[in-house]
Write a new protein. Structure first.
Length: 87
């Protein structure tokens, strides 16, 4: 499983939980780094931060889909505070 998040505590937490269930996890804080060897590894799932710096939002997912059109994603974010609307 590939975990992509530029917030180190978040990707460390997700990785730790998955490893507790014996899931093999590769994590990166930059999607560009993960893309370098992406085609050499058969991931079952990608968990990615939707608002990552660099190649965030859907751009990184589009690049991954070019490599593997059937790759499932879970898109997450803890950084919505800066986009939140205050009432």
């Amino acid at each position: 499983m590939l975990v992509l998040d530029d917030d180190s505590p978040i990707h460390s937490f997700i990785s730790a939980v998955l490893k507790k269930y014996n899931v093999t996890v590769i994590s990166s804080d930059f999607i560009g780094n993960a893309l370098i060897g992406f085609s050499n590894v058969e991931y079952e799932l990608v968990i990615t931060d939707l608002f990552m710096s660099g190649m965030g939002r859907t751009e990184g997912m589009i690049q991954i889909r070019k490599e593997n059109s059937k790759m499932p994603f879970i898109a997450i974010s803890t950084g919505l505070q800066k986009y939140a609307v205050r009432f």
